[in-house]
Design a protein around this ligand. Sequence first.
Ligand code: AMP
Length: 440
Amino acid sequence: MRLPEPGWKARPFTGRFQEIVIDTSFRDLGLSAELLRAVAEQNYTVPTPIQAQAIPIVLAGRDLLGAAQTGTGKTAGFTLPMLQRLAAKSNASASPARHPVRALVLVPTRELAAQVLDSVRNYGRHLRLGSTVIFGGVSFGPQVDTLRRGVDIVVATPGRLLDHAHEKTIDLRHVEILVLDEADRMLDMGFLPDIRRVLALLPAKRQNLLFSATFPDAIRKLAASFMHDPATVETARRNAPIELVAQVVHPVDKDRKRDLLAHLVQTNDWSQVLVFTKTKHGANRLAEQLHRAGIESDAIHGNKAQNARTRTLKRFKDNELRVLVATDIAARGLDIESLPHVVNYDLPNVPEDYVHRIGRTGRAGATGEAVSLVSAEDRPLLQAIERLIQRKIEQRVISGFEPTNLGARPQPQRQQQQRKGRQTQHAQRTQRQPQRVWPR
Ligand code: AMP
C-alpha cells in the first residue's frame, strides 16, 4: 500500500497558485445521468482535481485514501460516486427492512455532518436514496424515528452513532461503503477509540474511503489497519489561500485587541467577519463585548447546543450577524460562500490552523482578507506561521492602537523603534485621547 510519506501534508503552502487545469468533464468520469443533472444544477462545470481523480476510483469499487483539505471539492469527490454505487442497487420499496444503512460517513463535527448531509441530498436529489444525519447535542428520539423508517445513507459524528449502536437503534451490519472524512481532525479530537469501535460493528467486506488533510503516523496506522490496497490521490486546495487572500498583521497590545477589532469592523464597515479565538470562553466573552459595543455578534463553539449553533450560523449566512466568533474546531468545515474577512483575534497554536482559517475567505475565486491581531506574546506563533507559509506577512500598525509592549527581548534596532514608538505614542496621547469604542 502506498501512503503519503510520514509528515506529509496537503500542500497549500508553497506560495504558488496551484489550481490544476484539467480538461476532464463530469461526463468523462462515468457518472450517471441523474448525478450529471444534479451537478449541472449546482452550476459546477469542471470537476476539481480531487473529483477528477477520486470519482473513477470510487466508482470502480476500490478503497481510496484521499489527501485533501476542505475547499478542494472532496465532499462531491466521494459523495457522487458513493451515490451512484448505492443507486445501482436501490429499491423503491417503502419497507424499512428494504432500506438498511448501506453507507456510513463519519465526520468530526456536527456542522460538517450537516454540510455533508446537504451535499448528499443535493447531489442525490434525482435518486431514490434516503439519508439522515446523526450527531449529539440534539434529542435522541427523532433520530430513532428516522432510523426506524429506514435510511440508506447515514452521516454521523462518532459519539452519538455509538450511542445508537449501544441502544440497538441502528444496525450497521449492512454497510457497504464507509467514509472517514477529515480523519486527522477526528484523531485530534480524541475519536480514535470510537472509530475503532465503529469499525468493529461493520461487515468485513466493504469499500473504505478515508480523507485527511495531514498524514501523521496515527492516521497511517489507522488506514493500514482496515483499508484494502487503497488507491491514493492527493491534491492541494482548489484555491491556494496564499494567492487569493490578502494577509495583514496588526501589531497591538493584548488588552487593546477587542477595541481594535471593534474599530476595524466599524471604520471599514465590514459586514461579514469570522473571528477566531483560542477558547470557547474567549469566544463567548468577545461576542458579548462586541454586541455591547453595538456590533451584532454571536459565538459558535462546541459547548453550545446544536440548535443554537445552527441558528447562529444561519443568521451569519443571512447577514443578520456582522461578526461570528468561533473556535477552530467549531469553524472546521464551515462552508460559508465568499466570506470577505477572517480575523485571527488569537493566533492558533498549531500553525497549520492558520491556513485552514484563512482558507475560509477567497473561496471559489473570490478574494478575501485575513487580518491577524498580534501582541508581543503572539510573536513566536506568528514566526511559526511565517515559516510554514514561507513568507513574511505585511505588518501595519493602526493609528491609535500602537503597541507599547514589543516583546521581552527586542533586537537593538527594534529597541530604537520601540523608544521612538513610545515617544510618538506619548506625543499622540498628549495631543488627543484615542476614541474608546469599547464600553467599560
Ligand atoms: P468541499 O471541499 O467539499 O468542502 O467543497 C468546497 C466548495 O466547493 C463547496 O462550496 C462546493 O459546493 C464547491 N464545489 C465542489 N465541487 C465543485 C466544482 N466542481 N465546481 C465548483 N464548485 C465546487
